[in-house]
Design a protein around this ligand. Structure first.
Ligand SMILES: C[S@@+](CC[C@H](N)C(=O)[O-])C[C@H]1O[C@@H](n2cnc3c(N)ncnc32)[C@H](O)[C@@H]1O
Length: 199
């Protein structure tokens, strides 16, 4: 993610704008992800690029089990996420960190989620981030994500790029489900994917 975008997102989180926007735009997207997540008792769950912790809080409220973990590159986002978790007395643990070097051991999680993360990563980081998700999942674990089908790689240049679908198999995932679902823009559909790390 560019330095400028990191600053914009961080400031919008600190001043409550991100939550205001997310409440209006992401609720159905999160509903869909939670539905696809197939939550099981005692599952170890990670939300990558967790932002202000809206999805991870909902996962913690829904799932019966150990703390839900969230990681985000933006300290301001994580600060808001921690406040949300404390206010609601939720079992959530947040860390500042990057998707391309996740601060967790191999095979730690049963379920990894991400929502609208990959379009913010530099092209050169997408494969590293997907490999990291694969690494921290246990064999048989699920990765559930929502991403724009096409997204602008430069806002002002208007160029469109596709989600790096070719990387999914290369990294080792089996695709379990690919589904269309609610989007937040008319022009750019969101695709929901469930990937499994083979046993
Ligand atoms: C569009 S927001 C979505 C936030 C959250 N998933 C949600 O559904 O509300 C994208 C998030 O990805 C984070 N992000 C961007 N690049 C990242 C990276 N390399 N590692 C971890 N998080 C990153 C941003 O800081 C931001 O919080």
């Amino acid at each position: 993610m560019s330095f400028a975008m990191n600053r914009i997102l961080g400031l919008s989180a600190a001043f409550g704008l991100y939550d205001w926007w997310a409440r209006r735009n992401l609720e159905q997207v999160h509903d869909t992800l939670i539905g696809l997540a197939d939550l099981r008792d005692n599952a170890e769950i990670l939300d990558v690029g967790c932002g202000t912790g809206i999805l991870s809080s909902r996962l913690a409220e829904t799932a019966e089990g150990p703390a839900v973990h969230g990681v985000d590159i933006s300290p301001r986002m994580i600060c808001v996420a921690r406040r949300r978790g404390n206010r609601r007395n939720l079992q959530v643990e947040y860390q500042v960190g990057t998707a391309v070097r996740l601060p967790y051991p191999d095979g730690r999680f049963d379920l990894v989620c991400s929502c609208l993360l990959f379009h913010l990563l530099e092209d050169s980081d997408k494969e590293r981030a997907l490999r990291e998700v694969f690494r921290v999942l246990r064999p048989g674990g699920r990765y559930v994500c929502a991403e724009f089908e096409k997204y602008p790689i430069r806002f002002w240049g208007g160029k469109l790029a596709r989600y790096a679908e070719n990387l999914i198999g290369a990294v080792g995932f089996d695709v379990h489900t690919t589904a269309a679902g609610p989007s937040i823009t008319r022009s750019r559909p969101i695709v929901y994917r469930v990937m499994i790390k083979p046993e």
